[in-house]
Structures are given as C-alpha cells and as structure tokens.
Design a protein around this ligand. Structure first.
Ligand code: GCO
Length: 446
C-alpha cells in the first residue's frame, strides 16, 4: 500500500482568511469586510482586516511553505481586490499581487492551485443583488476571464467555487456567514442556481482562455455518511444517505454536484423543493455540467449511519476545538462514494483540525493531536487508494492559523502558528511531521 508517485501533497488557505490589507492598493470591499463590521457577528468582534497580513508577508510565507516541503498550495483570489466593483475597472495592483505570489510559489517549486471564489464576494455586487441577480453568473465569468488571462500561463490547476453548500447555506439561509441573510427557500434555490451557472461559465472561461492545458474542478464540501460495518447492506444504506436530499437546506452532496457532474438536479430534491424551484432555462444544465478533471472534496468528518438510515452518535466522542467529531473513515468512504457516483479522480481539497495550540514553555508548538489526526486520516485515504479509488492529492487545511469565519481567531487550524500581535510565524510540530511525510511520500502512514 503506497501513495501514487506524483501524489499532490499540499496545504490550503483562502484570501479573506489570511491576506488582511482590507483596503490596500485600491482593493474594494467584500461582503466579509462589511459582515465583520456588524457587531456580534464574529467571535469577540474579530475581523479579517489584517488577518495574517499575508498580502504584505507573502514572500516569507512562501519560504515557510517551501521549508515544509509542500508540493502544492491551494490559494484563493479576492475578487474585489482585482475588480474593486466586481466588474469593469481592473485594479492592476491587486492583480499584481497574485501575479507575484504565483511567481514566488513556482520559484520555490510549489504548484499553485487556484480557487476563484472562496466567499469574499464584492460588496458592490452584493448591493446589486449578489447571487440573486440573474446577471451574477456573467459577473463571475468576467472576473474569471481576468484571472485566467493573467495567470494561466503559469497556473494549471483551478477550482471554481469553494463549498457552495456553505456560502449559500450559512450565508443566505442561516445568516451566520456573510452576507448574513436568513432568506426563504425560494431565494436559496435561486442563489444556488446562479452559483451553479457561474461555475459552468468559469469552467468555460478557463478552458477557452488557458494558455496551457488546464486541470479544473470545484471544491464542494463532502457531506460524508459511513456504514456501521462492511456488510454490503449497510454500505448501501450509507451510500443512499450520502446521495439523498432530505431537508429544506442545501447541506448535501448532490444538489450541487449532480448538476455539475451529471447534468441534472437530483430527483428527490426536485420533488421536495418543487414549490420553490427557480426557472431552469433550456441549456442551463448543459452549461453547468462542463466536463471536469477532478472532484475536489473538503472533508473534515462524517456521520455513521445505523441500519434504519439514522445518524448514530457515539457517547464521549473524540472531537476538535470546533466541536467536530473525529471520524477518520470519512476519508475512506467519502472519496470512495464520491468516485463511484461521479467517476472523477478525487482530490481532498481540505482536511485538518482546529486544536488548542499555544507556544509551550520550551518555545515550540507541540500539537500531537493534529499529527495523529492527519496520520489516521491519511491512513484511511491510503486504504481508499489501495481499493482502487483514484485519489490524486491531499491538501491540509490549513497552511497557517487564520481567520476562521464566525469563530474569528479563536480556532487554530494551521501547520504554522501565527502570533497575531507580532505577526511572527512558528512551525508547529505537525509541520515538521508533514514535511517528513511528504519526503517519504507517505511511507510511514501505516
Ligand atoms: C471551508 C472553508 C475553510 C474553513 C475550514 C475550517 O471550507 O469551510 O474552506 O475556509 O476555514 O473548512 O472550517
């Protein structure tokens, strides 16, 4: 059992969570800037205005990534940094930042994997209706064109949207993320449909304008269900659960992935949501289902399913500081079920844990929990590979501690510890462990 040669060992972060530089060099506001301006939305009223100051410290950060030995870095682009109003006028200095970042990564032999949208939507476009506006897919296509034109001579790997389940579900339905809406279900489905059209248009743009052969996917969150045991019957029960739509929300796999990959909305969802469905125009699903090269899955945990199809909760679970249960087989069943349904090579575009890290009295950051978490998850991933599931990469979330959305700086996910007061960085024990794992191509993952 080994990891394939050329396996992509990476780590990830996103623009709003690390860059800071809220208004530097002509950047426009994003809905996360304005959401954080509202009192009580974020833990201790934290915000991403400075975050890790990566905008100014990116060269040092790339150096640390190189020291960890990352083969790839998954970054996202701040749309309003490049197009301050979302469309129209380009901000050359904003675009230049990503240009330099990509160069710096390549100089250090780190492959950039670029996500076009990781939630920092331009405020100006939000004021015009955001994802509810029928022009929103075209706005996104215009933005994608700018980025692809600028970076595709060096960037090969692309992801369109990060976790539509979350920016629609948490942002438009629950109101816990920007823009903070608690909309009715009709608006949820409309915004979701527009984001799917935006995905399709962005894939078209990447294919049409890339200066080299592009490798394209999206990064939805994998909502993973796992069987109690390996009996065929229980595996089918978990699989069925994993690809059903059961609630009036978008927290499932197929509402986004089925249209993207299979070219149709799931039938159970269509039936359940019938009353609230937006108009689906001729050609919409064809546009949405542009061929993809990989399925990016953000997987942190899964739920065990009992024989009657219900979620089984163990007592006294192991959990992270996010309160998330630690369930390593999610990294076996998730990729396996996703591959069996969508037939695309899987890249784990996020996996990791928040831990209570601090600088210990010996000046180091000992995070054995994270080391073990990643170890046991990689073990399960290796098992999936051994069972014939084509998994081609793994991105640890996150390369560095950062602004964890409504949790602010309370949660630390990084391989690199960030002292936000001084902006000093320290490699945690897990970073050294990951370095060794990468060098050995995962040989010690048993
Ligand atoms: C997500 C986001 C990340 C989070 C991470 C931990 O995919 O939810 O991509 O921005 O920080 O998942 O919650």
């Amino acid at each position: 059992m080994t990891f394939p040669e050329n396996f992509t060992w990476g780590a990830a972060a996103s623009s709003y969570q690390i860059e800071g530089a809220k208004l530097d060099d002509g950047k426009g506001l994003s809905i996360w800037d304005t959401f954080c301006e509202q009192p009580e939305k974020i833990w201790e009223n934290n915000n991403g205005s400075t975050a890790c100051n990566h905008y100014h410290l990116f060269r040092d950060d790339v150096k640390l990534m190189a020291e960890i030995g990352l083969k790839a870095y998954r970054l996202s682009i701040s749309w309003p940094r490049v197009l301050p109003k979302g469309t129209g006028q380009i901000n050359p200095k904003g675009l230049d930042f990503y240009d330099k970042l990509v160069d710096e990564l390549l100089k250090n032999n780190i492959e950039p994997w670029v996500t076009l949208f990781h939630w920092d939507y331009p405020y100006e476009l939000f004021a015009r209706g955001g994802w509810l506006n029928p022009d929103s897919p075209d706005w996104f296509a215009e933005y994608a064109n700018v980025i692809v034109n600028k970076l595709s001579d060096r960037v090969k790997h692309w992801m369109t949207l990060n976790e539509p389940q979350v920016f629609i579900g948490m942002g438009h339905q629950k109101g816990l993320h920007a823009p903070g809406y608690k909309s009715g279900f009709r608006d949820i489905l409309l915004a979701a449909h527009h984001s799917l059209l935006a995905h399709g248009k962005a894939v078209q743009s990447i294919r049409a304008l890339s200066k080299q052969k592009s490798i394209v996917g999206a990064a939805p969150v994998g909502v993973v269900f796992m069987p109690q045991d390996n009996t065929a019957q229980n595996i089918e029960i978990a699989r069925k659960k994993m690809f059903s739509v059961e609630n009036f929300d978008v927290w499932n796999n197929c509402w986004f992935a089925d249209p993207m990959v299979l070219g149709e909305y799931p039938k159970d969802g269509l039936k359940m949501f019938e009353e609230f469905m937006p108009e689906i125009k001729t050609g919409d699903l064809k546009l949405i289902s542009q061929p993809l090269d990989f399925y990016g899955a953000n997987i942190y945990m899964g739920s065990y399913i009992d024989e009657s199809g219900k979620i089984e909760l163990d007592q006294g679970p192991a959990y992270t500081t996010m309160g998330w249960r630690i369930t390593p087989p999610a990294l076996y069943w998730g990729p396996r079920f996703l591959y069996e349904r969508y037939k695309l090579p899987v890249v784990v575009t996020e996996n990791g844990m928040a831990n209570c890290d601090w600088i210990h009295s010996d000046g180091k950051i000992h995070d054995p929990q994270r080391i073990d978490y990643v170890n046991v998850h990689l073990h399960q991933l290796k098992k999936a590979i051994a069972d014939g599931i084509p998994v081609t990469g793994y991105f640890l979330w996150s390369v560095m501690d950062n602004f964890e959305w409504e949790h602010g700086y309370k949660q630390r996910f990084g391989l690199i510890y960030v002292d936000y007061k001084t902006q000093k960085r320290y490699l945690k024990d897990s970073a050294y462990w990951y370095k060794k794992t990468i060098i050995e191509n995962g040989k010690s993952i048993l």
